[in-house]
Design a protein around this ligand. Structure first.
Ligand code: FAD
Ligand code: UDP
Length: 374
């Protein structure tokens, strides 16, 4: 290391990039290392056939936090995309999230009162009451048994590789339930897709004379050296790996993406179609051009099938599995982390939290405030 740095940032995802950017603005010298061949972590997008392909799954930016929205808008202009996935259950199409369109398609009901009565009836028949103990109980309490069986159970058990009765209730509370004819997947004030893709956001954050970026570099290939040579380290990889899994492994869920270019202009008519049955091995198909409103080649399209996969060491840990067992193991790791005064653990993997992008930006800005205004 010929240059003296103030910080080493491990991981060029959104958390690492926000931190590096803010540190550089405060005159700090920052080295960023990234084990992949590119920056941007899981929000990485790449142009194919005139459109931005979301390499690691569909990413829709949404937030109600005006500070976060203004922050991210410094680095890209956002289009007016509103996520409205459609579910395919054995060839029948239903609008998502769960709203009057879904209820009407499913039961022929027309009014919110009719829908509410139907759900109440199913909930009573299933004898679900009190505090939901798991995802299944939570889902039935919110929208009844028909929707649970057609739109949730199959998808959820494929996605997580576990029974819905073994999964935490909060996962299904990510999705709105609405008694209006509104197919917007999110309740947030601000939503969109960056025109020109997400990668530019991270590239612009890192384009600063005080920041040096090195890709294809794994922290664990030289951990002792890095900890020794840098006064402060921001680590956005897996917290259990940092501690050599000494308290045991945290659970993660992985994915496999199969992307192909097809010689048709419009394959499925929507950016996201979920396959909610148990038999189809993938959870969703993304047709990337629909994020960008008619951009790209009118004769071809790029689609990605998303297959859930078990995680084992060496695989990409796309999702933390935040059930009680893992959360309490994480707390033990967080205690070890507190004994590392020069290392900050951040992001989805460093904090072992099912964070969306806006939450990562918020968390990074909180870390920045603590680090520099203390
Ligand atoms: P990451 O993006 O994972 O970045 C961490 C980086 O650290 C990675 O680049 C990794 O390669 C690197 N790294 C790890 N270990 C090491 C090491 N040992 N040495 C060097 N580098 C290392 N959020 C939304 O808001 N909206 C969405 O629609 C949405 N859709 C999603 C769909 C999928 C399929 C997935 C998986 C996530 C989705 N998210 C979405 C969440 C979003 O991807 C995350 O919130 C965000 O990317 C997390 O940023 P991060 O910096 O914490 O982690
Ligand atoms: N989910 C479902 N059916 C759907 C879509 C989602 O049952 O058609 C459940 C599933 O358990 C999923 C969770 O809701 O893991 C959260 O969905 P979201 O779309 O937020 O997942 P992500 O985009 O983070 O994978």
């Amino acid at each position: 290391m010929d240059k003296q740095y103030d910080y080493l940032v491990v991981g060029a995802g959104l958390f690492g990039a926000v931190f590096a950017h803010e540190a550089a603005l405060r005159g700090k010298r920052v080295k960023v290392i990234e084990k992949r061949a590119h920056v941007a972590g899981n929000i990485y997008t790449k142009e194919v056939a005139g459109i931005q392909v979301h390499q690691y799954g569909a990413h829709i930016f949404h937030t109600s936090d005006r500070e976060v929205w203004n922050y991210v808008n410094q680095f890209a202009e956002f289009n007016r995309y509103t996520n409205s996935p459609v579910a395919n259950y054995h060839g029948h199409m239903y609008n998502l999230p769960f709203n009057m369109n879904t209820f009407s398609e499913l039961w022929g009901v027309r009014t919110p009162a009719e829908a509410a009565a139907k759900i109440a009836e199913q909930k009573a028949a299933a004898k679900v009451s009190g505090q939901p103990r798991n995802l299944e109980e939570q889902a039935i309490a919110l929208i009844g048994t028909d929707i649970y069986h057609k739109l949730i159970k199959g998808y959820t058990e494929k996605q997580w590789g576990q029974k819905a009765t073994e999964l935490p209730a909060f996962i299904i509370r990510r999705l709105p339930v609405r008694y209006t004819y509104d197919n917007n997947y999110f309740n947030d004030t601000y939503q969109g897709i960056p025109i020109g893709g997400y990668t530019q956001i991270v590239e612009k954050m890192l384009a600063h004379p005080e920041i040096d970026v090195e890709t294809n570099t794994d922290f664990f290939a030289n951990k002792a050296h890095y900890l020794n040579a840098y006064p402060r380290v921001v680590f956005t990889g897996m917290i259990d790996q940092f501690f050599n899994y000494q308290l045991g492994e945290l659970a993660y869920r992985s994915l496999r993406f199969e992307t192909e270019t097809l010689p048709v202009g419009n394959y499925q008519g929507n950016a996201v179609i979920n396959y909610t049955d148990a038999e189809t091995p993938y959870t969703r198909i993304i047709e990337h051009k629909h994020f960008e409103f008619g951009k790209g080649d009118p004769e071809q399209t790029v689609i990605t099938r998303e297959y859930p996969a078990n995680w084992q060491r060496g695989d990409e840990p796309y999702y933390p599995v935040n059930n009680q067992t893992n959360n309490s193991l994480y707390k033990q790791y967080a205690k070890l982390a507190a004994q590392e005064p020069n290392v900050i653990f951040g992001g989805r993997l460093g904090q072992y939290r099912y964070y969306d992008m806006h939450q990562v930006i918020h968390a990074a800005l909180v870390t920045v405030a603590t680090e520099f205004d203390k």
